[in-house]
Design a protein around this ligand. Structure first.
Ligand code: CU
Length: 416
């Protein structure tokens, strides 16, 4: 007799990934038989420095290190909710394993590897994590001939710029943009997540020749010979053009995280004042480089650092949402519900994933529909602004399949 452990979803290599957001795992006796129920304990085994898991018999943020189940001998599956135990994220697939043991004999009946896959601070990645990310970015770029061109072309000047930067849809638009890119990277290497650059702190491990490069003469960014970004092509010239304004110990003059969260904090937590973070810290983090493609919205994505910068912008929104319980797209202050600009209203489909639109919205659309994820169906191929808000599935069952290393999943809480 054995026991099967089945996650709700697998990628094309048969791997299941989790974030802090628990998923419903089925455990069953196999093959079915007569007799008494089998009493088991479900827990996790973690490698040193690996991810940890939390278990519960219902969807909750209060999971425990183990849960006891009684498995019917008939083979009927029993549900257990499994999520990453905040803040212990994985560094690689299989560094944490679900184990099912017989409670009487302690015999191991089943084990199932997984990965607590979340977005991390770029400055704290392991060398292996850093290099996996860089390799996946280089593959996507394809020395200028890869699919990265679509991402470059989505974030451009002219009328499309109004979709991305012209109103309160700025944060939702970039959330989907990053997710689209991250899913592309994960199709190349499932263990990769987009890292974030905390632009309000020194990042000595990011501004190195091994990682995001170091600004040199004529603003040409220098990489080590083995850095996969050495072959990067996204603009007129090969390589990356970035000014010298930010270095290993030079921190941009931007609002700190605490100051940014406070923008939308009191007297009532509200998205609209929070969204003014588009200017400071977001705009200032771009301009802190002084020169180079990243200082102009029309060319900014030509610098791979752009995606780490925007990942931090999205993380700040995620942290604000968690701090003030603003995950419900039906709640008054979770978004600027009074937005009237086309493309920025809560029910509007985001361009370009919704295809060409009628003027005044853009009538061309690079890139096609949003990349799918093997881990979730949400937010669909042509997401609306409202589909971006409950990214962890706090309010509704659907989740977008990403999380941040410092923003937990929390089911209920004060709603000021
Ligand atoms: Cu931007």
């Amino acid at each position: 007799m054995s026991v099967t452990v089945t996650f709700p979803r697998y990628d094309d290599r048969g791997r299941a990934f989790v974030t802090w957001r628990p998923v419903e795992v089925k455990i069953a006796v196999k093959p079915p038989q007569a007799g008494a129920a089998l009493n088991v304990r479900v827990s996790a085994r973690s490698a040193a420095g690996g991810g940890r898991l939390a278990f519960a018999t219902s969807l909750t943020h209060a999971g425990a290190a183990s849960v006891d189940l009684s498995l019917p001998a008939s083979g009927s599956a029993v549900s257990v909710w499994v999520g990453g135990a905040f803040p212990a994220a994985s560094a690689a697939f299989g560094d944490v394993t679900v184990e099912v043991r017989d409670r009487t004999s302690n015999a191991l009946l089943a084990s199932h590897p997984t990965m607590v896959r979340v977005r991390k601070n770029a400055d704290r990645l392991t060398t292996a994590e850093r290099d996996r990310f860089l390799r996946a970015m280089a593959v996507l770029n394809g020395a200028g001939n890869g699919r990265f061109r679509d991402f470059r072309d989505m974030h451009v000047s002219g009328p499309p710029d109004r979709e991305a930067h012209g109103g309160t849809g700025f944060l939702p638009w970039h959330r989907i943009y990053l997710l689209d890119l991250e899913r592309e990277l994960q199709a190349i290497d499932g263990e990769v997540s987009l890292p974030y650059w905390r632009f309000d702190q020194a990042a000595p491990n990011v501004f190195t020749r091994q990682f995001m490069g170091v600004s040199g003469p004529q603003d040409r960014v220098q990489f080590t010979p083995t850095n996969p970004l050495r072959g990067w092509v996204a603009g007129a010239l090969p390589g990356v053009e970035r000014g010298p304004g930010v270095g290993p110990q030079t921190v941009p003059l931007v609002r700190t995280e605490q100051q940014t969260l406070a923008l939308g904090g009191s007297p009532v937590a509200d998205f609209t004042p929070f969204a003014s973070m588009q200017g400071n810290p977001h705009g200032r983090a771009h301009m802190a480089h002084l020169s180079g493609v990243i200082t102009d919205p029309g060319t900014a994505p030509q610098d791979p650092l752009f995606f780490l910068l925007h990942c931090n912008v999205d993380r700040l929104w995620a942290k604000w949402q968690w701090a003030f319980r603003r995950h419900d797209p039906g709640a008054a202050r979770a978004y600027a519900m009074s937005a009237t600009l086309p493309g920025h209203r809560i029910g509007d489909r985001l361009w370009p994933w919704g295809g060409p639109l009628q003027a005044p919205r853009p009538t061309t659309a690079p890139g096609g529909q949003l990349n799918t994820s093997p881990m979730t169906d949400a937010p669909g191929l042509s997401p609306r602004i409202r589909d971006t808000i409950d990214y962890l599935g706090t309010v509704a069952p659907a989740h977008l399949g990403f999380a941040y290393d410092d923003v937990p999943f929390q089911l209920v809480g004060a709603n000021p």
